[in-house]
Design a protein around this ligand. Structure first.
Ligand code: PLP
Length: 440
């Protein structure tokens, strides 16, 4: 009997005992291809010797020093590196222990920015229905996944949700992608005007929606118009790249492919690749200057911010990715994965959509392809696919999303950046068999 409170109380989980490259092994010696990196975390795969060596070296040198007394070398170097590769305008990094903490910090930075600049009436957050921004109360409030929010709603700060940009579900017949993108973005302007522009603090969105939708990118033009609208009304744009960022989509930041730069960006999973818990907020000069010229203080902080071990791990992960040009592999293998998924599922009667970017791909299951009607959630198809996949030595991330009563089943794939074509073929093969077995 375990004494750990697991997420699923009645599930019996195998014990993870080791990992090497793209595979994880359980205590009974079974191997699993890690085709989702957990939840899009293990971008370098498992047991990378350069990262474990960097961790050993850092542990020998300095494991921890509190930020009220010291800064530290790995954190300083990592911040320099992240700012050098960041979208235009980003000037500083703030290190935390994960994605939810990063979103919390970004929301507080947005709020403090307006307090420092004499606009304390700006407090409203706008986000999107189909989104996940974390499980702490602020991040949960920003997220638009009702299944996760429902019982905690009385504890959440007021956040206002608009429809997502989700072409498969919301683009109308005969409507061009461009027209749809502008229509979807218009929902933000309408909401700002409804709330009163002087009350709105920030708009939060994932450039490629992960956990609640299974790798849904926006259509071209959507984020460009979102940026214009934010600028027109002085609203800060927070892009949450906790899942889709740090190379996952084939560029370092997903928003590069939308030609848009945020005021604040959150990153996490692929930053440390799971070797240590770490997340960060990348903030623009404008926000930094407001703090520097104002109180000179960001009113926030956790015991483990700028953790030397976490920063050393992330630095090593990012150095390997750059040294081995792994983003080129993400692009090449992403194209291969997309082709293979198309071949296996293009005519599948219950796969409605295949989408994503780079090594961040999703398939959406539907009961009926012509009406796009989802399966009854009570069937728990997600769970069955996960179980069938594990039985075939494959780890995938089944995701569900609730959007105005539409709950779709999705499977998210986010394999390590080091994967090759043969392994991708095995992933698609096993996934196809797992889906068919679950449907049967
Ligand atoms: N934001 C996004 C987009 C995420 O996908 C997640 C986690 O899945 C989070 C925030 C929360 O990150 P964490 O689980 O590290 O707190």
């Amino acid at each position: 009997m375990t004494h750990i409170l697991h997420r699923q109380i009645h599930a019996t989980l195998p014990v993870a005992a080791g990992g090497k490259g793209i595979e994880l092994f359980d205590r009974d010696g079974r191997a699993y291809i890690d085709a989702s990196g957990g939840a899009a975390v293990s971008c370098l795969g498992h047991g990378h010797p350069d990262v474990t060596a960097a961790l050993h070296a850092q542990a020998d040198k300095l494991a921890y020093a509190h930020t009220s007394f010291f800064t530290n070398e790995p954190a300083e170097t990592l911040a320099d590196k992240l700012v050098a590769g960041a979208p235009q305008g980003i000037s500083h990094a703030y290190f935390v222990s994960g994605g939810s903490e990063a979103v919390e910090a970004a929301l507080k930075m947005a709020r403090q920015f307006f307090v420092e600049t004499g606009k304390p009436e700006r407090r409203n957050v706008i986000a999107r229905r189909q989104s996940y921004h974390g499980n702490t109360l602020g991040a949960l409030a920003a997220g638009g996944n009702e299944w996760r929010r429902a019982q905690f709603r009385p504890l959440l700060i007021d956040t206002h949700h608009i429809d997502p940009c989700y072409a498969y579900r919301f683009q109308e017949a005969g409507e061009s992608e461009e027209a749809y993108g502008l229509r979807a973005a218009q929902a933000l302007e309408d909401k700002i005007l409804e709330l009163g522009p002087d009350t709105v603090m920030a708009f939060v969105a994932e450039p490629v929606v992960g956990a609640t939708a299974g790798a849904v990118p926006a259509v071209p033009g959507y984020f460009g118009r979102i940026r214009e609208i934010c600028d027109r009304y002085g609203v800060l744009l927070i892009l949450d790249e906790v899942m889709c960022g740090m190379g996952r989509t084939g560029t370092l930041h997903a928003c590069e492919q939308d030609s848009v730069a945020p005021d604040l960006m959150t990153i996490a999973k692929g930053l440390g690749g799971g070797y240590q818990p770490i997340g960060a907020v990348l903030l623009s000069r404008r926000i930094f200057d407001a703090f520097a010229k104002g109180s000179g203080f960001f009113q926030h902080g956790h015991t483990y911010i700028c953790h030397p071990m976490a920063c050393a791990a992330a630095l090593a992960v990012q150095e390997v990715i750059a040294r081995d040009d792994l983003l080129a592999n993400v692009r090449a293998m992403g194209a291969h994965l997309s082709r293979q998924l198309g071949e296996r599922f293009g005519n599948h009667p219950h796969i409605g959509d295949i989408r994503g970017r780079g090594l961040f791909m999703g398939v959406e299951l539907v009961e009926d392809r012509s009406t796009k009607a989802p399966f009854d959630p009570k069937l728990k198809l997600n769970t069955k696919i996960k179980r069938e996949a594990m039985a075939r030595g494959l780890l995938v991330y089944p995701a569900g999303g609730t959007i105005d009563g539409i709950r779709g089943d999705h499977v998210l794939l986010a394999p390590p950046f080091i994967i090759d074509a043969t392994a991708i073929d095995a992933v698609v093969d096993r996934l196809g068999d797992a889906i068919d077995a679950a449907l049967a």
